[in-house]
Design a protein around this ligand. Structure first.
Ligand SMILES: [Fe+2]
Ligand SMILES: [Fe+2]
Length: 172
């Protein structure tokens, strides 16, 4: 290992040389953090509002996802800090999930299923972008986001299965 009298690492994403990349990455991670927070909000409401026998499966799946999305938000926040960023406060929050607002009728489960698929697809798209950005720059963040991406792909696949069932019955 090279001798260094400074206090900052000389190689990798934490080095001075990579300051610009690091700041760009913190921005990407901050967006991811907010996406997770908004997903938690949306999944809480959509796990409480739905009515009807068929809603129960969706409610239980969302209740489990809430815990996972909350875990993702924590991981993104932790990594922002490790990269010398600051986890933002609530006043910086801007909502974007128009498609996960409560439906007009609380028995409209298809609306919820489609909204979840859209939220998961958005996360999958953004996290793929982060993984690409990390290539050759930050293997640690890349590794973390690959794990999170797998969770989101699992969430989307589960809800695609629900949608298929409704489509098969001509209800979606
Ligand atoms: Fe997530
Ligand atoms: Fe998810």
């Amino acid at each position: 290992m090279a001798t260094d009298t400074g206090t900052t690492p000389t190689a990798g994403i934490l080095s001075d040389d990579m300051r610009d990349d690091r700041e760009q990455l913190v921005e990407l991670l901050t967006r991811a953090y907010w996406m997770e927070i908004e997903t938690v909000m949306s999944y809480i409401s959509n796990s409480i509002n739905p009515d009807g026998v068929r809603a129960q499966e969706i409610i239980e799946a969302l209740e489990q996802d809430i815990q996972e999305e909350l875990g993702h938000a924590r991981q993104f926040g932790q990594r922002i800090k490790e990269l010398y960023g600051v986890v933002p406060g609530s006043l910086d929050f801007q909502a974007a999930q128009s498609y996960l607002q409560p439906p007009n009728h609380q028995t409209d489960i298809v609306h919820v299923i489609k909204g979840v698929i859209e939220a998961e697809s958005g996360a999958i798209e953004h996290y793929n972008r982060i993984i690409e950005f990390c290539e050759g720059r930050d293997p640690v963040t890349q590794d973390m986001v690959i794990g999170i991406l797998r969770d989101e792909e699992g969430h989307r696949r589960l809800f695609e299965g629900y949608l298929r069932e409704y489509e098969a019955e001509g209800l979606a």
